[in-house]
Design a protein around this ligand. Sequence first.
Ligand SMILES: NC(=O)c1ccc[n+]([C@@H]2O[C@H](COP(=O)([O-])OP(=O)(O)OC[C@H]3O[C@@H](n4cnc5c(N)ncnc54)[C@H](O)[C@@H]3O)[C@@H](O)[C@H]2O)c1
Length: 263
Amino acid sequence: MPSTLTGKTLIVTGAGSGIGRATARLLAAEGAVVFATDRNGESLAETAAGASGSLSTLVHDVTEQRDWDRLFQLVGERSEALHGLVNNAGIMLAGAFDQSSIEDLRLQYRINVEGPYMGMIGALPLMRRGIRANGGTASIVNVSSIYGQIAGSRYATYSASKGAVLMLGKAAAVELAPEGIRVNSVHPGPTMTQLGATHSPPLDEQGRPMAPKQILAMWQQRIPMRRLGLADEVAATIAFLLSDAASYINGAEIVVDGAYSAC
Ligand SMILES: NC(=O)c1ccc[n+]([C@@H]2O[C@H](COP(=O)([O-])OP(=O)(O)OC[C@H]3O[C@@H](n4cnc5c(N)ncnc54)[C@H](O)[C@@H]3O)[C@@H](O)[C@H]2O)c1
């Protein structure tokens, strides 16, 4: 069966690494016309080098309104319509709540909440243009986290930002549904990417920083499926939400976490 993504114009942010890279490559392989963006041009070029199909790149910082304007200008010149937007770019700061700062909270809000907000608002004119011209629908996917739904120790400011983007999307879904624009959020559990690479590690029972192997073993113990998720597994869920197979899924929270948050 041909993919319902064939020929659709789709944007993926944070496509230079991890979940965004896997998503951009999967969508392009499925026949979509993909605009992959990231603030890191070098890693974005690697994404493009490993992709098959139609994948254009643009260096784009999701906190900058002028970068969003430039992106939508480019997409509007090259495509008649915008069928989907994946707000994936994000950062995660970890650490004890009483050691966190208002700057931590603000930084994560700028990238994890204001970025998707500017993306959703800015995408509407092109999405509406396509629906007016050809009928059909459009789909927005916000990549939140299970920590947007449940609390994680050492992730208070991150959780706040991921809870905010969840509710931003839900509220937008209610208002945009009548015109055929769906908004859903994906909530990955711990996934093998670079996201936590720069963190100060958690401490063991003796108060010593845990080694990467110990951290991995800790997560394997906590996750019922006994392994971390793969970026490809999250990408497949995002691709499904963008496709016509998900035509009646709207305002939903889709968890991809190996049952971590079920227990
Ligand atoms: N990996 C996990 O365990 C996990 C779990 C839950 C949710 N998530 C979410 O998944 C999304 C993708 O994360 P990942 O795990 O692939 O991490 P990653 O660090 O591998 O990739 C994130 C990408 O976002 C880009 N980025 C960061 N700030 C940006 C900005 N201001 N403008 C443009 N690009 C920017 C980075 O350059 C990077 O390429 C994030 O929103 C993250 O919060 C990840």
